[in-house]
Design a protein around this ligand. Structure first.
Ligand code: KG4
Ligand code: ZN
Length: 341
């Protein structure tokens, strides 16, 4: 490593993963440590904000320590602090933002605030061997389903977003309805592999409309009605078997069809031939295959990072390197901002 390289320490505490990463200004990832809180939230069937914030407080310093050890550098060698400061759970974000500010102040180094959703797109760049920009970007996670026109790494324009549930949230809620546990995405995907994706004709909102927005709450309700009919009390989850597998497969297919159709429309509208997809739902194999088929037909390059860079992590905050080059430092009163403006 050349002596002049700047080492970045990045922190992620926006939801239920406590994460720290160390990278260089190339950027080259030297360590990417994630402490998942899944086991803490499992019994509640979803992320409990107060539990998440307290767990970040307990785990952040050991996670930073481990990242520095893996990168084989000392804290005093860090030349810049980066932190996801928006969007997310405010109490959770505050833990990372406060720690990053404190470390930047103590080390007398610049602080850079990174948008977590933009970071999910940038994760595609980390895994690619050539530039991904300009591209259409899709972020599909537990908190977001948003399409962007990404002219460059710091030029994101929103093309559309979900009007209600995020795609991952819909996976989690349907998993709960089907008694498949939390987090729901991987559980629904496993169940769906045994079922018929055409067993139920679930709704696909906005599929034939020009708008690039999404809506998944009607789909979730359609799964509920398929189980119990309208105006009934919440039904007990179905037993394991073909009925449950068919519901999972038909639900998953509806989500995949919607996401693929909107990405195709976005590629056609922007005229760009690159599609970058990030966020936890991008781990879904049926979605990945369908996106590959569509991108091939549209003569577009598809970028989806490997699993550990799809789900929440701190390496994706390497977008900070792009800000570093332009000296876009954050002030020490950088705020944790729960929602995107
Ligand atoms: O990006 P992420 O780790 O955290 C957020 O920023 O939300 O995404 C988590 C979401 C959860 O809703 C989870 O159920 C979903 O991603 N997910 C999946 C899969 N793996 C994770 N959804 C569908 N299929 C999967 N294999
Ligand atoms: Zn995320």
């Amino acid at each position: 490593m050349p002596m002049s390289t700047t080492y970045f320490l990045a922190l992620e505490t926006s939801c239920d993963e406590t994460a720290a990463a160390v990278f260089t200004e190339e950027p080259r990832i030297l360590a990417n440590v994630v402490a998942s809180q899944t086991e803490l939230h499992q019994r509640f069937g979803g992320v409990v904000p107060e539990v998440a914030a307290r767990a970040h407080l307990q785990r952040l310093l050991p996670v930073i320590d481990q990242a520095l050890r893996e990168a084989q550098i000392s804290l005093t060698q860090i030349g810049c602090l980066a932190v996801h400061h928006t969007p997310g759970l405010v109490g959770a974000l505050l833990v990372g933002v406060s720690a990053a500010k404190m470390l930047a102040l103590a080390l007398e180094v610049p602080l850079i605030g990174v948008n977590h959703v933009e970071g999910h797109i940038y994760a595609c760049q980390l895994a690619a061997d050539h530039p991904i920009f300009p591209c259409v970007g899709l972020v599909v996670s537990g908190g977001h389903t948003t399409l962007y026109e990404c002219a460059g790494p710091l030029q994101f324009t929103r093309l559309g977003a979900t009007l209600d549930d995020a795609a991952g949230e819909a996976f989690d809620k349907v998993a709960s309805l089907l008694g498949l546990g939390f987090p729901g995405g991987p559980a629904v995907e496993r169940e769906a592999s045994q079922g018929n994706p055409r067993a139920h004709a679930f709704p696909r909102s906005f599929l034939h409309e020009a708008r690039l927005d999404f809506s998944f709450s009607g789909l979730k309700t359609a799964v509920l009605y398929a189980l119990a009919g309208p105006n009934q009390p919440r039904p007990a989850p179905p037993p394991p078997g073909p009925q449950r597998a068919d519901l999972a497969a038909s639900f998953q297919q509806a989500v995949v069809d919607i996401l693929v159709a909107k990405c195709r429309q976005a590629l056609q509208r922007t005229g760009w031939r690159r599609l970058a997809v990030g966020g936890g739902v991008a781990a879904n194999r049926v979605l990945r295959t369908a996106l590959e088929t569509m991108a091939h037909a549209e003569k577009a390059d598809l970028f989806i990072p490997p699993l550990h860079l799809c789900t929440d992590n701190a390496a994706m905050a390497a977008l900070a390197v792009e800000k570093w080059r332009q000296q876009l430092w954050a002030p020490l009163d950088l705020d944790a901002v729960p929602t995107l403006s």
